[in-house]
Design a protein around this ligand. Structure first.
Ligand SMILES: Nc1ncnc2c1ncn2[C@@H]1O[C@H](COP(=O)(O)OP(=O)(O)O)[C@@H](O)[C@H]1O
Ligand SMILES: [Mg+2]
Length: 206
């Protein structure tokens, strides 16, 4: 949804500032909130690496939440399809939810193909500087297609899925992501380590 399509805010709806705030909740949890935004082709490894990273963070005693693409389409975004408008609205809602979760002090991980630079920028712009950490799961299309964990590439090649990212719809690779993961060159454990290093460097975890 573009700004022009957005319903107007009611001027009588006023933000209420509460005493237990983001800083308090973050301190309580011993972490700086952040949103790790995994982006990449279907089958690139977003869910696999984000899930393994969340396990590791939980082991370290951190408070996290993983928003996974397919899962939100069962509830929060069940009314949305895959048109450009609906894809954008899907990401906008996820961004707003992730923002609430960072306000709750959480380290949020998200795993959405999110193929368009503009939609990723939209989420980046929702958050304070430095809280959006873009993780490009940079797996070549032929590798993703040979993995085909959900059989979707086979269907897309047979013309059964229209506008499938990488086949019949564009994927715009990030220009300056904070993290680049090469899943065809490194095992999941090493990729998790790479993410942990990035979180330390960003001051999210100690
Ligand atoms: N190094 C790796 N990192 C991540 N996934 C890998 C790796 N090597 C093989 N895979 C496999 O690739 C597939 C990635 O699927 P998935 O995580 O569901 O992708 P996505 O969420 O991006 O669609 C899984 O079957 C996973 O086991
Ligand atoms: Mg996935």
């Amino acid at each position: 949804m573009s700004a022009a399509d957005m319903p107007q805010k009611d001027e009588n709806v006023i933000w209420h500032k509460h005493a237990v705030d983001k800083a308090f909740r973050s301190e309580q949890k011993g972490q700086r909130p952040a949103l790790l935004w995994f982006t990449g082709l279907s089958g690139s490894g977003k869910s696999t690496v984000a899930g393994a990273l969340e396990n590791k963070l939980a082991e370290l005693g951190h408070h996290t939440y993983l928003l996974d693409g397919d899962n939100v389409r069962h509830g929060l975004c069940r009314d949305l399809g895959f048109s450009d408008h609906d894809r954008r609205e899907n990401i906008r809602r996820v961004g707003e939810v992730a923002k609430l979760m960072t306000d709750a002090g959480l380290i949020v991980l998200s795993a959405f193909i999110s193929p368009f630079r503009e939609e990723r920028q939209l989420v980046r712009d929702l958050l304070p500087e430095g809280e959006f950490i873009e993780v490009f799961v940079d797996t070549p299309l032929d590798v993703c297609e040979s993995r085909d964990p959900k059989g979707l590439y086979k269907k897309a090649r047979a013309g059964e899925i229209k506008a499938f990212t990488g086949i019949s719809s564009a994927y715009e690779a990030p220009k300056s992501p904070e993290v680049v993961l090469k899943t065809d060159q490194h095992a999941v454990d090493a990729l998790v380590e790479q993410c942990l290093e990035a979180l330390k460097k960003a001051g999210v975890i100690a």
